[in-house]
Design a binder for this molecule. Structure first.
Ligand code: MIC
Ligand code: SF4
Length: 640
């Protein structure tokens, strides 16, 4: 029987379980990455495990999200991460060095290896042929300690790319087309594999753009073959030895197949406020633009920056537009300086922002009230930009730059064609921004610095057999982790301080939630389908845990969030009959009985007044043990 690319990597890393769709498998993890917004928790959890040195082939801690350092909080977190990384065998990428996913595929990613990262866009590494997945911090801590990473065996989706992109049409338009076809739920439980003759026409950074935004499809990950293009990329990064070829077998089996003709593709935009609300740019032409932001882990490669500069060269941005550009890494930034792209941007009127996530996560550069902001990013969820009524469109660098010049949404294919940038023979390699860990012999005596912002993990308790409490909040479909635990410059500094960050839980939906939940002492949340889509942030589970939420009952969950709830010891429950969602209201007092025995049957009855509502527990056996123990840390403390 033939295998897909992902199946080949899974087979080579399988520690437990069988490769049967939907069944839990445990994978050996070769590499991990963390970023600072989720990293503090991940390292606190790693420390709690008492393992002196990481057991992975490579673990890297990046600082890229909270780089504003507008008070002591971020700076404290960074010192903690730097010292804890040095002590335990983790490489440290300093603030300003760039965005984790961009640097990781430039300097560390290896085709055929497994990578998990405490960030949902870790699948960016799929552009290099890695099996790269986003995970909660606790799962990353366990993997650093040598433990397996568990996922339900995904189904395999094949997307065939035919033909070649026309000038001024971009890799971003390919993934927007996939989002248009599949929606933000279409990839749930799946790995998306790209193939076909069109793949060879795409560079590694272009593939990375596509794999990156597979996260918005809800996919476990996305993956490209490792071919001659991959080899040349690694060679140009001085890492040819890391290359090996990787392709699917001709008789590999996929559960779904799609095909995209690149030659027919046109510029697309994801309209407010969902990445799958995709329309052709041509239909949006003429909408007045207030702000344009180019960068993020989706579109901040040297090629993206070069294309941006080519559109801007010799022109001025419109008076009504503010244009911000954040290069993805110091490598990209220095090459922009060398090639003259930077001068073209500055001359056109761009503001050059730091090499970091920046506006993507609401760390500055928020649009004006009701302002239209065109961004080359991957998420346009409500409020994420920092301006609740901001109108965020996700577009390619070509569309973004063209619109910055005219001041209106502009279809870049109506402009003169820009020349596709060629990959340089050699990228500028300077790894000074990456600090190696201490030699193991010196590590034991090394001190870990913990500022006052670093607070311990919230208290957990073993699973109760009966829970009776009120529904503290009822929400609809597609609730994102940005709804549950918003980010932005006011909130991100508290990522290592769960009691404080909990005050902001669900604040974009209902400002009274946190106070009401805390007062009630315990409670439930009711949600619709695809609950918890978006980020891997485990704070979206830790804050509800701290606020006393015992179970979340929904029509369906997004994968990483469901896993994070289990890891935090919160019961994730699913309506057996989705219409029952309508039978429960916010404020109702509801009850779960005999939970411990119900765990065995994977079913439980919810009592709401005189109504009996059947619920499913979609849990692997290991997850049941985790819940019984009160969460993953307690489970690990039992010697698992
Ligand atoms: C995001 O894009 O939402 C983030 C910020 O990178 C998150 C991680 C986080 O919340 O820290 C993600 O995608 O996982
Ligand atoms: Fe950073 Fe944005 Fe990428 Fe998340 S999506 S890692 S915030 S650049």
């Amino acid at each position: 029987m033939g295998y897909t690319i992902a199946e080949k990597i899974i087979r080579a890393h399988l520690i437990s379980g069988e490769m049967k769709m939907g069944e839990e498998i445990g994978l050996r993890i070769d590499q991990t990455l963390t970023q600072d917004a989720t990293g503090t928790m991940a390292y606190l959890e790693f420390e709690a495990m008492g393992i002196p040195q990481v057991k992975t082939e490579r673990s890297v801690a990046y600082i890229d999200h909270n780089t504003l350092q507008s008070g002591f909080e971020n700076a404290d977190d960074h010192k903690y991460i730097q010292t804890v990384a040095a002590k335990h065998g983790v490489y440290f990428s300093r603030p300003g060095n760039g965005i984790c996913h961009q640097i990781h595929y430039e300097r560390f990613g290896i085709p055929g290896k497994t990578l998990i990262g405490s960030d949902s866009h870790t699948p960016t590494g799929g552009g290099l042929g890695m099996l790269a997945m986003g995970a909660g911090g606790m799962d990353v801590a366990v993997a650093m300690g040598g433990g397996a990473y568990h996922i339900p065996m995904p189904r395999m989706i094949f997307v065939e790319l035919i033909g070649e992109l026309r000038p001024n049409v971009s890799a971003k338009d390919i993934i927007l087309e996939v989002l248009r076809m599949l929606s933000v739920k279409g990839g749930v439980g799946a790995i998306i594999e790209y193939g076909g003759e069109g793949v060879a026409t795409l560079s590694v950074p272009e593939r990375a753009t596509i794999a990156n935004m597979g996260a918005e499809l809800g996919a476990t990950t996305s993956i490209f073959p490792s071919d001659e293009v991959t080899r040349q990329f690694l060679e140009a990064q001085g890492r040819e030895a890391d290359w090996s070829p990787l392709a699917s077998d001709p008789d590999a089996k996929y559960t779904e197949r799609y095909s995209i003709n690149l030659s027919e593709l046109e510029p697309l935009a994801a309209c407010p406020s969902s990445p799958d609300n995709v329309k052709p740019v041509r239909e949006l032409v003429g909408i007045k633009v207030d702000q344009v932001a180019i960068g993020s882990c989706t579109n901040s490669s040297f090629a993206d920056m070069t294309k941006t500069a080519l559109v801007l060269k010799g022109h001025k941005i419109a008076d009504g537009v503010s244009l911000g550009i954040s290069p993805g890494s110091r490598q990209v930034f220095s090459m922009m300086a060398e090639s003259g792209a930077l001068t073209d941007m500055i001359d056109a009127g761009a503001r050059i922002l730091e090499c970091a996530c920046g506006p993507c996560i609401g760390m500055g550069f928020s649009p004006n009230s009701k302002g239209v902001s065109l961004r080359t990013f991957n998420r346009n969820f409500l409020g994420r930009s920092g301006t609740k009524d901001g109108q965020i469109y996700l577009v390619s660098p070509e569309t973004a730059a063209a619109s910055a010049l005219t001041g209106y949404i502009t279809d870049p294919t109506t402009l003169p064609p820009i020349e596709e940038p060629q990959q340089p023979d050699r990228f500028r390699i300077n790894d000074d921004g990456i600090i190696a860990p201490l030699p193991a012999a010196d590590a034991e005596a090394a001190e870990v610095l913990r500022g006052p912002n670093i607070k311990p993990f919230p208290e957990t308790s073993p699973l109760d057999d009966q829970i009776e409490a009120a529904v503290i909040l009822k929400v609809g479909d597609n609730i994102t982790t940005d709804h549950i635990m918003p980010a932005g410059s006011k909130v991100l500094p508290y990522r290592s301080n769960v009691p404080k960050i909990s005050e902001f839980c669900f604040s974009v939906v209902d400002e009274t939630f946190a106070t009401r939940a805390k007062k009630a002492g315990k409670g439930f949340i009711i949600g619709g389908s695809n609950y918890g889509q978006g980020s891997s942030r485990e704070h979206a589970a830790l804050a509800p845990l701290y606020l006393g939420i015992k179970a979340v009952i929904v029509k369906s969950f997004a994968r990483i969030h469901a896993a994070n709830l289990v890891n935090a010891g919160i019961l994730p429950l699913v309506f057996e009959n989705p219409d029952d969602y309508d039978k429960i209201e916010q404020g109702d007092v509801i009850r779960l009985d005999n939970i411990l025995s119900a765990l065995r049957d994977d079913r439980i009855i919810l009592y709401a007044g005189d109504k009996k509502i059947p619920l499913r527990m979609e849990l692997a056996e290991r997850q049941k043990e985790v819940l019984l123990a009160g969460g993953l840390l307690d489970y690990a403390a039992l010697g698992n």
